[in-house]
Write a protein that binds this ligand. Sequence first.
Ligand code: NDP
Length: 480
Amino acid sequence: GAANIGVVGLAVMGSNLARNLASREGNTVAVFNRSRAKTDELVQTHPEAGFLPAFSYEEFAANLQKPRTAIIMVKAGRPTDAVIDELMRVFEPGDIIVDGGNSLFTDTIRREKAVREAGFNFVGMGVSGGEEGALLGPSLMPGGPDESWVTLGPILKSIAAVAEGEPCVTHVGHDGAGHFVKMVHNGIEYADMQLIAEAYDLIRRGTGKSPAEIADIFAEWNRGELESYLIEITAEVLRQTDAVTGQPLVDVIVDQAGAKGTGAWTVQTALDLGVPVSGIAEAVFARSLSSHREQRDVSGSLPGPDDAAFTVEDADAFIEQVRLALYASKIVAYSQGFDEIRAGAAQYGWNIDLGAVSKIWRGGCIIRAQFLNRIADAYAAEAELPVLLTAPYFVEALGRAQDAWRHIVQVAAGAGIPAPAFSSSLSYYDGLRAERLPAALIQGQRDFFGAHTYKRIDTDGTFHTLWSGDRSEVEAEDTH
Ligand code: NDP
């Protein structure tokens, strides 16, 4: 075969990734899609790419140089398993199968094991950046064995986005590590979007500014420490006028946010790992709440605050407070996301360089932001940092923002405006700060009804109070 790399699955992501690959010096790209039409269309519309099309898995395998390398870009779940089975049928041991779809990392762990046992290399790779990223430069998060990185690394570096001269790809870790990190990326993306939405809502309701005016505020914020792709596109969306009604587009769009499930995976996994990703969870739940139109109080019968009219006196000061609340909450969301990666790495035995992860998110992906350099700096200074937001840079930023943050959460609560991500992030922050937490009471309750025992602050050992007896304390066996 003449092709050094192949792509299976030629819907929007696969065809754009194939074009990206073909545009790089030295690549010849073999392409295959289950149904013929997509292959024909891609090859006909992009003759400059010099694709080698195939119409059977056998032909696709024959078009590839050995060891063969193929990237699968099909629907996650069963379709991915089906394609892997077909490739194993026509490939030979030593060939590399890459899954670039949005697969659940536990599926990737399972697949890697099965494919490795059959003698092939398997790499689960997170791809972020949507269709434009796939075409012009995505952020790539490959997992899989070290050997595959030798072959795959140079190819992936050539197609990835570039941030400050560095390609946005790193070998994240073994088996499911890449898809795990991609999953958390998406969870952070949910939180980031929710926080921006809360900021917009508060400014609009508090100052009465129009979406177009708020677009200018976001464009301004995009020149400062909040500079990011999501802030940039927020300004674009808010500035858009609907051609049919002449209204701001945002006022014409139905206020129910959809989801494809990766945010929910992030939260489910965090629950299993016991990691508090409350900001991300609130963002996922806020989308759920919005979608339950039938539960939302359309008749306005749920009582709100008496003083429903909400206008701020000093709009500029208020906007700056919202900006600070957004920044502080964003720090919390990223800190929680990195906490989940740290816990996942410990649980699954991955050696993940958290600083390298933050760097490959600087370009190509949806959460790309200036801010990620600060995260990289924090891990460069202290690789084993237990909680990202305790790094000096973030401590300073949170200290600077906290008065405004508290004020905004108060104002939102007082005015009856939902700000679930702002307020849960602040509670998380105050939870970390608290010298004593009421968890002591919870342990007491647990000991009362279930003899779950407790530790004492003044001595080692495990204790139980004889609640249904004379209420004296006895030393208990450590149940851990
Ligand atoms: P889709 O997720 O819509 O998947 C369509 C592709 O899957 C088609 O090529 C289709 O082939 C193929 N397919 C479906 N079932 C099978 C099967 N049983 N056997 C073989 N092929 C099958 O395409 P996208 O391009 O949107 O996404 C591809 C992957 O990339 C997905 O896993 C997605 O989650 C992920 N992703 C998508 C992003 C995006 O922005 N869209 C961003 C990052 C990742 P056929 O034409 O024959 O039906």
